[in-house]
Design a protein around this ligand. Structure first.
Ligand SMILES: O=c1ccn([C@@H]2O[C@H](COP(=O)(O)O)[C@@H](O)[C@H]2O)c(=O)[nH]1
Length: 232
């Protein structure tokens, strides 16, 4: 049973172990989980996950695996054996790839991470999709990938909170993990499909991924407390 009482996941996108741990030291594991992504993991490796877990944090390993079914399933198994709380793969790897991950996790003994499929990155809008040959609105592509993820038995999706209402209607069993969260007044940065924390929760998001607005703030604890208050 998690000690965390909120849906907030803080993205620790830092180039060094010291910076990530300094930010984490200002966060309370009762108020948030943490996310280790490509930059921090590539710099630090699995020990950063172990250290954050030893400090009481549940860790979302956000490496967005995307490869052939066997390779992806073995990567997911390695993440599970690391003890992470959540792991993800790209839905665009296809049904057989996601099903291989599901099957591999189901065969493991002990606690298993939540297996989450990434739909359309929250940094992308319709023009970006057109650029890669997908001339459809983001929500249409998200729903198409969500149907595949549901068929594969995934636990949830990474999507924008802007798609949460439609996704909860179509697939109520899938947990929605939503980056692109911007408290009112925060910089949009490279994100495109954004909502505020309150809007995201009201739309049906289960977990809110927030990086720069909390982790890179002068006072991360204060920013986290403000988001917790907005959600109360
Ligand atoms: O569609 C996606 C999938 C993952 N992310 C990750 O979430 C955080 C968001 O950070 P912010 O600083 O709040 O923008 C970041 O680690 C991304 O890699 C995403 O933004 N969108």
């Amino acid at each position: 049973m998690s000690a965390c009482q909120t849906p907030i996941i803080v993205a620790l996108d830092f180039p060094t172990r010291e910076q990530a741990l300094a930010a984490a030291a200002q966060l309370d594991p009762a108020l948030c989980r943490v996310k280790v992504g490509k930059e921090l993991f590539t710099r630090c490796g699995p020990t950063i996950v172990e250290t954050l877990a030893s400090k009481g944090f549940e860790v979302f390993l956000d490496l967005k695996f995307h490869d052939i079914p066997n390779t992806t399933a073995m990567a997911v198994r390695a993440a599970a054996e690391m003890g992470v709380w959540m792991v993800n793969v790209h839905c665009s790897g296809g049904l057989r790839m996601m099903a291989a991950c599901r099957e591999t996790l189901d065969k493991l003994n002990g606690a298993k991470p939540l297996l989450i499929g990434v739909t359309v990155l929250t940094s992308m809008e319709q023009d970006d999709l057109a650029g890669i040959g997908l001339d459809v609105p983001p929500q249409e592509q998200v729903l198409r990938l969500a149907a595949l993820a549901a068929q594969a038995g995934m636990d949830g999706l990474v999507c924008s909170a802007q798609e949460a209402v439609a996704l909860k209607a179509a697939h109520p069993q899938l947990q929605l993990v939503t980056p692109g969260i911007r408290p009112a007044g925060s910089a949009q940065d490279d994100q495109r499909r954004i909502l505020t924390p309150r809007q995201a929760l009201d739309a049906g998001s289960d977990y809110l991924v927030i990086g720069r607005p909390i982790a890179q703030a002068a006072d991360p604890a204060k920013e986290l407390t403000a988001v917790v208050a907005e959600l109360a």
